[in-house]
Structure formats: C-alpha cells, structure tokens
Unconditional design. Structure first.
Length: 509
C-alpha cells in the first residue's frame, strides 16, 4: 500500500468525514442486500426453475459463506490492511452481484450468492474497523457511529422498499445489479480518501488451525439453524450439525488459548463490556429478524399489500432507527454510560414489539403497526449506536478487524437463530390454532378465514417470544456493559506498542 494510505498515529485524518461517506455507502449496500434479495426470490425462482426444495439455498449459500468466513475476514483486514481489504471486498461483491444478476440457472445463482457472502465477510469487518481506527475523538466517534448504526439498523427496511420497486417495476435481476454502482463509487472513493493509522496492522503469522476450526464451526452452526427451520429440530442432520458446531467451536477456543498469534485473541471477547455487547446484540437481532419476516408476511398475505406498499409500511421503523441513532444515541453517548442507552433502548424496542402482539386480521395500521414500529426503531437505533462504538473501543488497533468481525458474527448467528427459532414457534402455533378451529368452519370462505387467523396467531405467538428476548438483551446490557461514559479525548488505542487493553479516559474497563 502506498504511503498515502496511512497516517501518523494520534493525528486526526483530514479526510475522515469524507471517508465515512464511502464506508457508510458500503455498509448500506451489504445491509440492503440482506433483504432486497428476499423480495426478489419468488420471481427469480420462477425464472430460473429453482425447485421449492432448493429455493432456500439462495439465502443459505450467502449466510453460510458470510457467517463462516467473518472471523477470517476480520483477521485478513488486520493483516493485509483494512483499506485494501475493504476495496477488494467491494470489487468482489460487485462482480458476484453481476454474476447473480446474469444467472441463467440455479447453480450459477447459488455460486454467486456464496461469492457475495465470502466478499461480504471481507467487507463488513473492514468497514467497521476502519471507523474504529479513524474516529478516535469521543464526540466525533459518537457522530460517526451514530450514522453507521442508523444505516446498519435501518438499511434492511430500506432494502424492502428498494427491492419492491425493482421487482415490481423493473426485473428481479436489478436487485443484484443495483449493488454494482454502490460498490464502484464506494471503492473509488475509499481508494482516494481512506487512510489508516500507521502501525495498526497485525503482521503475526496467520493462525491456520483457528481459521479452519472457526470457519467450519460457524458454518455448521448457521447451517444447523437454517436446516432446523425447514427440516425440524430433531432431524438427524440438524442435530449432527449442532453437535459438530459445539465440538468445533470448543476446540477453536482451546486452540486460541494456546497459540502464540490467535485468530481471535480471547482478550477481545473476555472483556466484560464487549462480551455483554456481543451477547445483547445477538439477542436483539434474533428478535428483529423474526419481526421483519412476520410483518412482511402479515402485510402481504393477510393485508394484501404489494411489495412496494409493504416496503413503505416499514418506514416508521426506519425513521425511528435514524432518530434513535443520530439524535438520541449520538447526543447522549458522551454524557451517559453506554449501558443507560443500550438497556433502555432494547426495553423501548420491547414495548414497541409488545404493541405488535395485538395483531389481528383487521388491525389498523395507524393504531397498532405504526406506533409499534416507530418505538421499535427508536429503541433499536438508540441501542445499536453505542453498541457498535463500544464493541471496538479499547482494543489494540491490531485487533480492530477481528473485534469488528465479532460484531458481525453475533448479528449473523443471531439472524440465523431468529429466523429458525421464531419460524418454528409461529408454525407450531398456527398448526395448533387451525386444528382447534377448522372443525367449526363451514364452507370454503370460513376455512380460509380460519387459515388466515391461524397465521396471525402464529405471528403474534412468535412476537411474544421476541419481546422476551429483547427484554433479556436489555437486562444483559444493563448488567454486563459496565463502561462509563467516554470523555472528550481519544477513545481508541493507536500505534504498534499499544497495550492489550488500553484504559479509556473516564472509562473503567
């Protein structure tokens, strides 16, 4: 990398706010992709002749590659340089998206999705760690992570709107092609304006056993939950995947405690605040992913909304996310301890979700869904902002990439668990309701009504569980996240000689 790509440690980068624009653009692309493809899936399945049994691989191929390779991607960013990893990730993601948009059969589509996941696993931790090492002043860091948190939280809902427009008015292929201009602009901008602090790379030899064990363990875990959703929790392969994941991940922890240069230094996750953040974020994502899924089904199947109208129906959540992250989280981050933003944020989100347990077939959007989604977005935005910032605060710059990868890993695993667990709960509740009520239905119209009521009963049953999960996330944040409020000075370590855990001004780690 050229000398222009690095800056002296301790000196604020003059282009840091321009850099934030391109980092945020890349993050938006990755988050959009997580929901935009789901909207396009029915059309793509029909065009490419993908069977119902294989349909899940459009989502699963991406999830396995992304979730399995995140820690490796984070370590590559620390070793190879975050800027270089970021740009390569963007270019690779764009090429994989072009391949997906041009797919002529299911094999080509599945391969493109796996490649998207692999390059996403390079891109996501590189983006977050670039923010972590670029913004070291507490107030500036709060603003930067406020913007990043709003995009990370609200981008998925924006993806529903964009996906609906592209699928309804153009073609499903554009849900892939739309990534290309995002990636080209972000890569070109990053190449010219992003600079890394000098001496922030981790040049230790790559921990190959750790890479193999973590990748296989995370792939087994994500696939286990994905398979549980479609095949059941007691199915032999599902159980085998969970057992394999447990064995591989325990072996990974043992290896990391022994090797000289571990892939994931255990000090990164052993810190009480960071451990609490990873756990509470994972739990919050479990609830959020399930809700996106059920509300999409509810609005389209029960209420009869078009894909575009469904996307716009999620706008209150997006507005809440942006407000919570950029106005509440950013303004209060340097004034109160993070746990007093995260804990109440998750609990406000739980209240919003509690409103959504009142869904019925004829529920008013304005009376129930709008305030519920607004509160949920407000709470999640307020909580995500300090969580993203604190998850990478106080770590050695050489560990910033892998610490960032842990944030993404907790979200990815949380998403897989949420989709599988809450879908199972919903399906079970629906089956029970229909079995109990179908006997009293006379005629086809009555039976269809019972089926719809059963679906809504399933959604609300699952949302009740999501409420409990969000409350647990709030309690964990209040209990484990014990860092104090950031002061006005630097909040991240820099330089080659940084200690394993550097104290942060006015923060007791």
């Amino acid at each position: 990398m050229s000398e222009a790509a690095v800056k002296a440690p301790g000196v604020p980068d003059a282009n840091r706010w321009k850099a934030l624009v391109f980092i945020a653009l890349a993050q938006l692309m990755v988050v959009l992709d997580s929901t935009i493809v789901n909207i396009a899936l029915p059309s793509a399945q029909q065009d490419l002749g993908i069977s119902d049994g294989n349909r899940q691989w459009v989502v699963t191929a991406y999830a396995l590659a992304f979730g399995g390779l995140l820690l490796f991607g984070g370590r590559i960013a620390d070793l190879w340089g975050r800027k270089r990893t970021f740009v390569v990730g963007l270019i690779g993601f764009a090429l994989a998206s072009a391949l997906g948009g041009a797919a002529t059969n299911e094999a080509m589509m599945f391969g493109a999705r796996a490649l998207q996941g692999a390059f996403g696993a390079l891109l996501a931790p590189a983006a977050l760690s670039l923010l972590a090492v670029t913004f070291t002043d507490a107030k500036e860091r709060a603003k930067a992570f406020g913007i990043y948190g709003a995009i990370a939280g609200g981008g998925a809902a924006v993806g529903l709107i964009l996906g609906g427009f592209l699928t309804e008015y153009l073609d499903w292929r554009w849900t892939f092609f739309v990534n290309i201009p995002f990636a080209v602009v972000a890569a070109a901008g990053a190449w010219f304006v992003v600079h890394e602090p000098a001496g922030s790379r981790n040049r230790a030899a790559l921990d190959v056993p750790g890479v193999i064990l973590s990748t296989l363990g995370l792939v087994a875990l994500v696939y286990g939950f994905t398979r549980a959703e479609s095949e059941g929790w007691s199915e032999a392969t599902t159980v085998g995947m969970f057992v394999a994941a447990a064995v591989l991940l325990v072996a990974f922890v043992l290896v990391e405690s022994k090797v000289k240069a571990p892939l994931l230094p255990l000090r990164v996750v052993a810190d009480r605040t960071r451990g609490g953040i990873y756990l509470s974020l994972g739990l919050a994502i479990i609830g959020m992913f399930g809700l996106f899924l059920f509300l999409t089904y509810y609005l389209q199947i029960v209420k009869g909304y078009s894909p575009v109208k469904t996307g716009f129906a999620f706008m209150p959540m997006v507005v809440g996310m942006i407000t919570g992250s950029t106005q509440i989280g950013t303004r209060l981050m340097t004034r109160v301890a993070p746990r007093f933003l995260m804990g109440p944020g998750f609990l406000v989100g739980a209240v919003g979700m509690l409103l959504l347990t009142q869904l019925e077939i004829d529920t008013s959007y304005a009376a129930v869904l709008l305030p519920g989604m607004l509160l949920l977005g407000l709470g999640m935005g307020t909580a995500f902002m300090p969580a993203m910032s604190m998850a990478t605060q106080g770590v050695r710059p050489q560990d910033a990439g892998v610490a960032s990868a842990m944030v993404n890993t907790s979200q990815q695993v949380g998403g897989a668990i949420g989709t599988a667990l809450l879908n199972t709960i919903a399906a079970s509740a629906t089956t029970t309701y229909v079995a109990d009520h179908i006997g009293g239905a006379s005629g086809r119209a009555q039976q269809q009504l019972v089926q719809l009521q059963g679906q809504v009963q399933g959604y609300t049953s699952a949302i009740w569980f999501a409420v409990g999960i969000l409350v647990a996330a709030g309690v964990i944040a209040l209990t484990f996240v014990n860092a104090g409020r950031p002061g006005g000075g630097a909040v991240a370590a820099s330089g080659e000689g940084a200690e394993d855990e550097l104290p942060v001004p006015v923060i007791a780690h």
